[in-house]
Design a protein around this ligand. Structure first.
Ligand code: HEM
Length: 445
């Protein structure tokens, strides 16, 4: 079977590599061995090879230069290529499902919601108010599961930015459905009772129902609102008029895209700071200096966030060392030539950026947590800096995400000191997570 399957894909012009078993391909090896699978294949076939993972014939690209080129080549037929379950649940108009003019519309609309002016005037005040109250009283708990707390933080913070008028019971409803939706997007797209996929689709339908009723209620009230939903529904001075379905997909995209990225970055930043007291000391100094020049109840503003140079460095270093995002997916819209090979239409390209983070020619002592490396050189503008993607799909929420993580860290380190409970285990593949939670004991600082 293995040989037969290999023959099926031995078309002239394809890059080297193995295709594994019919249907399943090499998914099991990929998920079991994780980064080692990729490294082994690279040793055998170079940094551009074929495989069959997650249900699709796939080209894996591990070369920094080539990865950048692929991300810049959407108009040449290398469009976003996310799994079917994700597309079904996030909606046909969600930014990752569309390309060309529709992508321009959805992206333009999103960028207008999170522009620097919106961040300064509307989003940051909401984020600050939320973090300030969310991070209250943790020292009264016997243990705090940082993983659970950061997940809820990321979700609740962005839900508040989307719709600030929701009642507590409604927030709870959104929360329950949203967590089911997330699991569904990462499942096998087989619609059978009891599957995560089915639960995910149902959760999405329930979120649509909730959103439709908020939209109708707001339209009926005739009032204007200054949250994201308010701006999306606005008819006057709005360059990006969306249909109701597009508005719902946009909202779900915002909640989804910032959820896991912001929560795991926050959790891992606390983990690394805990393990590196010198970095924590310097970071805390930065935050105490901000508090010193403010009244106790004065909120953080954009200038404060901009002044957090070391915090920004900690966030980048966390994102690099933990590899919050392993890579991004593209697919070919037609047969095309790439890196001297012929890639058939519909194949997936896994722009695998993980190994760039540990490349000794790019980062000195790459396995060491060293936030200072981001202070010395302008590493953020290097062509191999792909922590937030690149090209036409460069993360539009980069500064918003950094502001959320920074505000979370601000209230955490200025209010608390913490120690880990023994035996906490974190895994970094296929996703960064603490399988049994990341428990710490917190006391007032
Ligand atoms: C610190 C946290 C974050 C990290 C590490 C991160 C990372 C990324 C990466 C690597 C991509 C590229 C995906 C691709 O090329 O297919 C991306 C895209 C995206 N991000 Fe983020 N992100 C973060 C926070 C956020 C937040 C808070 C939002 C909320 C608005 C957001 C919204 C998006 C959207 C909508 C896209 C798709 C853009 C497009 O397809 O045009 N991200 N992000």
């Amino acid at each position: 079977l293995l040989r037969w399957n290999q023959m099926r894909y031995s078309k002239k012009g394809l890059p080297p590599g193995t295709m594994g078993w019919p249907v399943f391909g090499e998914t099991t090896e990929f998920l079991k061995q994780g980064p080692d699978f990729m490294k082994n294949q690279r040793l055998r076939y170079g940094s551009f090879f074929k495989s069959h993972i997650l249900g699709c014939p796939t080209i894996v690209s591990m070369d920094a230069e080539l990865n950048r080129y692929i991300l810049m080549s959407e108009s040449k037929g290398l469009v976003a290529g996310y799994p079917q379950s994700m597309l079904d649940i996030l909606g046909t108009c969600n930014i990752a499902a569309v390309h060309g003019p529709s992508h321009k519309l959805m992206r333009g609309s999103l960028l207008s919601l999170i522009s620097p002016a919106m961040l300064k005037d509307h989003l940051l005040p909401k984020i600050d108010e939320f973090m300030r109250s969310y991070l209250c009283g943790w020292d009264e708990l016997e243990t705090v599961d940082i993983q659970e707390k950061t997940k809820h933080m990321a979700f609740l913070s962005s839900l508040l930015q989307v719709a600030e008028t929701l009642k507590k019971t409604e927030v709870e409803e959104y929360r329950t459905e949203f967590f089911k939706l997330v699991v569904g997007t990462l499942s096998v797209p087989i619609d059978l009772p009891g599957t995560n996929y089915r639960y995910g689709v149902q959760a999405r339908n329930n979120i649509d129902r909730l959103l439709t009723s908020v939209v109708q209620e707001r339209r009926g009230s005739g009032k204007t609102f200054t949250d994201m939903l308010g701006y999306l529904m606005k008819k006057e001075d709005n360059k990006y008029l969306l249909t109701d379905k597009e508005i719902r997909d946009q909202v779900v995209t915002i909640l989804y895209s910032g959820y896991e990225t912001v929560s795991t970055t926050s959790m891992m930043a606390l983990k690394y700071l805990h393990d590196h007291p010198k970095a924590l000391e310097e970071l805390r100094r930065e935050h105490l200096a901000i508090r010193d020049r403010k009244r106790p109840d004065e909120p953080l503003n954009l200038d404060d966030i901009k002044s957090m140079k070391f915090t920004r460095a900690v966030i980048f270093e966390t994102s690099r060392l933990a590899t919050i995002v392993n890579g991004v997916l593209r697919k070919t819209t037609h047969d095309l030539e790439l890196n001297g090979y012929l890639i058939p239409k519909g194949w997936r390209i896994y722009v695998y950026t993980r190994e760039i983070n540990y490349d000794t020619s790019l980062y000195e002592d790459p396995m060491i947590f060293n936030p200072w490396r981001w202070m010395e050189k302008s590493l953020e503008s290097k062509s191999y800096f792909l922590l937030f993607g690149g090209g036409a799909r460069l993360c539009p929420g980069k500064e918003l995400g950094i502001s959320e993580v920074s505000s979370f860290i601000h209230y955490f380190v200025t209010r608390y000191k913490w120690e880990e409970k023994r035996g906490e285990k974190l895994v970094v593949f296929p996703r960064v997570s603490a399988p049994k939670g990341y428990h710490v004991r917190v006391s007032p600082y």
